[in-house]
Structures are given as C-alpha cells and as structure tokens.
Design a protein around this ligand. Sequence first.
Ligand code: LLP
Length: 412
Amino acid sequence: MDVAGNRLMVGGVCASSLVREYGSPLYAYDEGVIRMRFRELRDSIPFSKLRIYYACKANTNPHIMRVLREEGAFVDVLSPGEVFLAEKAGFTPDRMMFTSTGVTDDEMRFMIGKGIHVNCDSLSQLDRYGSLNRGGRVSVRINPDVGGGHHGHVITGGPDSKFGIYFDKVDEIKEIVGKHDLKLVGLHHHIGSGILEPEKFVMAMNVLLDVAKKFDNLEFVDFGGGIGIPYKPGQERIGLKELGSMIAETFTAFCRRYGKELMLFIEPGRYMVAESGFLLCTVNTVKETPKHRFVGVDTGFNHLVRPAMYGSYHEIVVADRVDSAGKEKVVVAGNICESGDVFTRDEHGPVDRELPKLREGDVLAILNTGAYGFSMSSNYNSRPRPAEVLVEDGKARVIRKREDLNYLGYGY
Ligand code: LLP
C-alpha cells in the first residue's frame, strides 16, 4: 500500500482525489502492481517453455487484460463472453485456452470455429467434442483427488468437486480419444483458489504427472492457478521463489523421464490483479445498536460480493487518514437491503474492525479488490455498477464508464 502524507495513493494519485474526479463508489487499479506481480511470477519459475495463461475471470476489463498481454501473458477463457473481451484486449485465438464446466455443444462450436484450444472437463464433453471435431487437438482437465483454497466454495479438486475427470479414468479417456481419432496434447488441473500452502500444489502436481506418464504425445501440462495473496494483516505471502523452483525442478525431472521437453503452463488470475485494485466508497451513515457501531457506505455486495459470499477479509483504510491515533470499533455496512451486506465480517456475520474515527463524507478504500471484485458484481437492488479507472505513473483514465439506469436492461 502506497501512502503519502497519511493519504492513500493509487498509482501515484491520491485515492480521495480520484473519487472527487470520477465519483463514488469507484474501482481504481494500479497498473504498476499488475506488471510487477506478473513479472515476479514469471521470474519465479525457471523453465524456458513456460506459458502463463491469465485466468481472466478474476478481472475481465479488457484494459487490464491488455496490460497482461503486453507483459506476455496468454489467456484462460471460460465463455464466449470472455473470448469477446479477450479479443478486445488484443489476444488472438492461438493465445487462448478454453476451460469451462457444463459446456454446451454451441459453446464448443464457437471455440472450434475460432481455433481456440478446448480443454475438456468431463468424459461426456470429451465425447461430444470428438463428435464435433473429429481428429482435433484437445486436452483434458484431471481431478487429482487433491484440493485447496480459502473457502469450501472454491476448492476444485477432490470428491466433492464437480470439476475435471477423476485421475483414475485414464482408460476411459483413451477410449474416447481413440473413438474420435483425437490428438490428446495436454493434461490440466486446477485444484482451487486462494491457496497459500505450497504443499498442496506439490501434491497435486505429482498426481497429475503420474497420469501424464500414461499418455504418449503430450505437448503440455497445465497446473492451473490458485496462488493466494495475503489479505489479512500478518498473513504471510506464499514463498513464490521456492514454489517456482520446485515446480521447475519437478517438471524438468518429469520431462527427462518422459523423453521430451514439454511446455509448462500455469493459469493464475488472482495473483496478478488482486492487489492492484481498490474499491473506493464514501461514508454516508453512522448509527448504533446495543452491539455495534455501523458505518454505512454507498456500495455493497452488489459491487464486492467476496465478504458476503465467503466471509472474506478485505482490509479497509480511510483514504485521507490512513494512520490515526483515535480508533474505534465499527462494522462497515453496505447499502444493499440484506443484513448480510457488511464488509467487515466472517462466515457467520458482522465482526467489529478498528478504524480511525469515521465521519460522514469520509472516503474509504477496500483493499485487494482487483480480483473477483468487479467481475463478480451485479445490478442487485437495481443499482448501476461503479466506474473503473486505471492509474499509471500519476495518470488516471476511465476504463469502464459508470453505469447509468440504461444498464439495468429495460430502458427508462
Ligand atoms: N483456472 C481455472 C480453471 C479456474 O477455475 C480458476 C478460478 C483459475 C484458473 C484462477 O484461479 P486463481 O488463480 O484466481 O485463484 N470468486 C472466488 C475465486 C473463484 C475462482 C474460480 N476459478 C474468490 O473471490 O475468491
């Protein structure tokens, strides 16, 4: 977090002045952080045939995606909508990979038509893909029986997960591949999101490589995304260098045994964009119950659903008084008509947070909201979404206009 004169700065611009200029609430992103995290990740894996696919579900703003494309990222897409936005960001189909679930034939036809690589999530999808694209290139997503993540909702490996083809279904995969004369060029897994334990990645990687040795003619193995970031004060950042070296070593040893140097893919989303984002909002209400002092703001879980959906912790700072002696315990509440709409909470409900004494008109910044913030936002309560601005070297530009009532879909 950048602070100057006790004021929060985003990309060299004072956060509260962004609100004055572009209105409240507002999503502001620091471009420098995105570039830094991408480079850090790339440099942590010493393997020459490395590709980083940005999982754009984390943040689909084409201007953000464009920054990552400029850095050399490929892109992981899950719907025709994401393809549309990736194209706007300048990604060509040969730099996209489609991994989704509950996939329809129409979606596959769309991907095949564009020449986008399809990664199949089930035996049924693989069979349907074969019927649509006999002789085509394909990869499959394996469920390695290992999962991880910051919340049960985001664990995508193991028997409770709907994703992938269980690791022991090798014969079934081969049979379908043979039936349609497909070229199985890759294996993939993604075990969950917000993982801070390197062991989980290692365990799953070993399972996937065990599966990989049963297939000839592979060209790549994709170890998915899921790298977490520290959201809570005191939470440790994952040892990226150690993790990266371990991934490179394990994979290099595998390739030696396999007899061919394969490509190594990863597809993180959160890691590159989460810390770049700030949801800026304004206090409009202060009220008390016998239990809590509530501070009401002009945004809610329609704009940032992570606290309400997963009990996620997001740090909150007062933009113009980042550090302040007089603190008080408050619950920061959104403006959606549901009691669950509080930003300081855990899975069970409101949790008091110590913040500088707040007044109506104060600008608050909800930190680390660059991933799964705007991309999960909605128009619930028929409220338009905020504008998004991207800030670099002291210059801000609007990368998505504030919605007006036309965005609600019915005209007025
Ligand atoms: N690859 C696949 C196939 C995925 O499903 C995902 C995320 C990723 C890559 C990127 O994962 P990441 O590196 O961002 O952890 N809304 C939740 C996170 C859901 C993740 C869904 N899949 C949250 O706000 O925590």
